[in-house]
Structure formats: C-alpha cells, structure tokens
Design a protein around this ligand. Structure first.
Ligand code: NDP
Length: 298
C-alpha cells in the first residue's frame, strides 16, 4: 500500500469512473489490503509508551536521568535506583524524582546497589508493587575505573564488571519471569562503543560492555518467544555526565574529532534511541546493538 492510494492519489480516477458496485468493490479491495498488511499500532511513534511502567537503573544522573525524564514526558510511570554513596547522590535522586512527578506520572525511587542480587530482587518487587507492574527495563547503571591493566587491582576489575555486567544480569533475571508471564517486555542495555572496540586503560570497562552485548543477544534469544525485545545501545563519548566529567579534556577533544559528525553526544541523544527501542515502532528489532556515537566507530 503506497501513500498515493489514499485520498487524491491514483485511486481517485478509478473511484470516479466506477459504478456504485465498482466503488464498493474498490473499497473492499482497499480494506482487504489494509487487513493483510498489519501496521504498527500508532503512526505517532511514542504514543505506545503511555501508561507503561519502566525501571531505569542509575536514573539519578546523566543518560539514566535523561531517559527517565524522556519516558515520563511520554506518560510512562518510572522507577529508578541509584547508589547511595553520600548526601549528594541522594539529593541528585530526589531532584530527578521531583522533575518526574511534575509530569504527572507515578514515581518510585530508592537506593539499591546493582552489585547485590538480593538488593536488586527487593527493588524490583517493591517497584512493581508501587507502580502496578513493569513493562520496560533500562539497564543503564555503570561506572569506569580506568588504568593500564598491569596496574589494575582486583577491586578495579570487580567493581566495573559487577556494576556494568552482573547488575544488568540481576535485573534481567529478576524481571524475566514477569515479562514472560505477561508476554510483553522491552529491555534496553546501555553498552558503549567500548563494547565494540577498545582504547588504552579500559580492559575492565571494555570487557563489561562487550559482555553486556553478549547478555543482550542471549536474553533476546531466550525471551523472544515470549514477545520480549532485548536490545543494546552503544553510545560514544557523551558530555555532561558524572562519568565523562572525570575524563581529561584532551580525550574528549580527540573523541569529538574522531566522530564524523564532529560533535560529542548529549544524554538526550541516547535517551531518544532508548525510547524508540521501547516503542512499538521498534517491535521487530531484537538482539541489536545501536550505535549512538556520531560516527565515532566508522
Ligand atoms: P553517570 O555517572 O552520570 O550516572 C551513572 C548512574 O549509575 C548514577 O545514577 C549512579 O548512581 C548509578 N550507579 C553507579 N553505580 C551504581 C551501583 N553500583 N548501583 C546502583 N546505581 C549505580 O554515568 P553516565 O550517564 O555517563 O553513564 C550511564 C551509562 O552509560 C553507563 O553504563 C555508562 O557506562 C554508559 N556510557 C556512558 C558514556 C558516556 O560518555 N557518558 C558512553 C558510553 C556508555 P549515583 O549517582 O548514586 O552514584
């Protein structure tokens, strides 16, 4: 069905020239064609998000914050967690919750260390009870502890692997039975260009983000039959997050130069793709890794 067949396109002369029964035939033919070519629920891509419930890990800052706000702006009830490592962290989380509430959606937030399977299971149970279910999971919480691998401590290795990879596994495992039972769910894992390529000092980070791509594909295979889409985004260097505030300016400049679009991304650039992957417009995409990197990897 082409656009031209609607309204004053090629169909119009046929209708004008037709007898009344010819008109009926043409209309019937049109309805048949529409019926055999199912369209996504909505032509407004994000309308399908409204009324759903999302869990966003690490929603108090950067990409997680932008995603939580983007979802709420589109009528999604949001639960998010953060790592309570001081009064500043709690203040950041409270500010985000306040912003979300202004969008008239239900909000639940709590400190929950994604490295603890037990804490994650508790958070998921309470969030679902508070918000009345769960439809989307955004595994976003992540950290970096960059250094040459011969100087990398066990603690540096485990902190990054446990946060970036095990955390995503714990959340996915906790929600999988619910998503399978309701035969619906969208999971988006926030990987990185460093899950697909490497640079000096990132052995732990690259391993965790490449592992997250493996987890994405495995979960897509296992949950696909239950109508659950599992995808990953691979952001390049993103400005204005706590993570990149610690990256030296010359590395950020080099990243800007390497990106064919000649700029660094913003958290909203990543959030927009995450929202798309949660929408029904993306219903036939699963197991994919979508770069959001301005062409950094080309
Ligand atoms: P931020 O540091 O701005 O935000 C990280 C979020 O994760 C915060 O809410 C933080 O909570 C939370 N968090 C960290 N550790 C834990 C933990 N153990 N348990 C629970 N929550 C935790 O990071 P970004 O927004 O930059 O990064 C978000 C994701 O995007 C990460 O996975 C990162 O690897 C990935 N990414 C980022 C890129 C970038 O250039 N910024 C590029 C590519 C990927 P709190 O504030 O309380 O510590």
């Amino acid at each position: 069905m082409t656009d031209g067949q609607w309204g004053s396109g090629p169909l119009e002369p046929t209708l004008r020239e037709s007898s009344p029964s010819g008109v009926e035939e043409a209309v019937e033919q049109l309805l048949d064609e529409v019926g055999t070519e199912p369209q996504p629920d909505s032509i407004i891509p994000l309308r399908s998000l409204r009324g759903r419930v999302a869990i966003v890990t690490g929603g108090s800052s950067g990409i997680g914050r932008a995603t939580a706000i983007g979802l709420a702006r589109n009528g999604v009830h949001v639960a998010f967690n953060f790592l309570d490592d001081g009064p500043e962290a709690r203040e950041r989380a409270e500010e985000v919750a306040q912003t979300l509430r202004q969008m008239e959606v239900r909000v639940f937030f709590a400190a929950c260390d994604v490295r603890s399977a037990q804490a994650v299971a508790g958070f998921v149970t309470t969030a679902m009870k508070e918000l009345g279910g769960a439809h989307f999971l955004i595994n976003n919480a992540g950290i970096g502890r960059d250094r040459a691998l011969w100087h990398m401590s066990d603690e540096d290795w485990h902190a990054v692997m446990d946060t970036n990879l095990a955390g995503a596994f714990y959340f996915t495992r906790a929600l999988a039975p619910h998503f399978r039972a309701q035969e619906f769910g969208k999971i988006v894992n926030v990987s990185s260009v460093h899950g697909l390529s490497s640079e000096f000092g990132l052995a732990n980070y690259c391993s965790s983000k490449a592992g997250l791509i493996g987890l994405t594909r495995s979960a897509a295979v296992e949950l696909g039959p239950s109508n659950v889409n599992v995808n990953a985004v691979a952001p390049g260097y993103i400005r204005t997050t706590q993570l990149t505030d610690r990256v030296p300016a010359e590395i950020m400049d080099r990243a800007r130069e390497r990106s064919v679009l000649g700029r660094l991304g913003d958290p909203q650039d990543v959030a927009a793709v995450i929202l798309f992957l949660c929408s029904e417009v993306a219903r036939h995409i699963t197991g994919a890794v979508v770069p959001v990197d301005g062409g950094y990897l080309l």
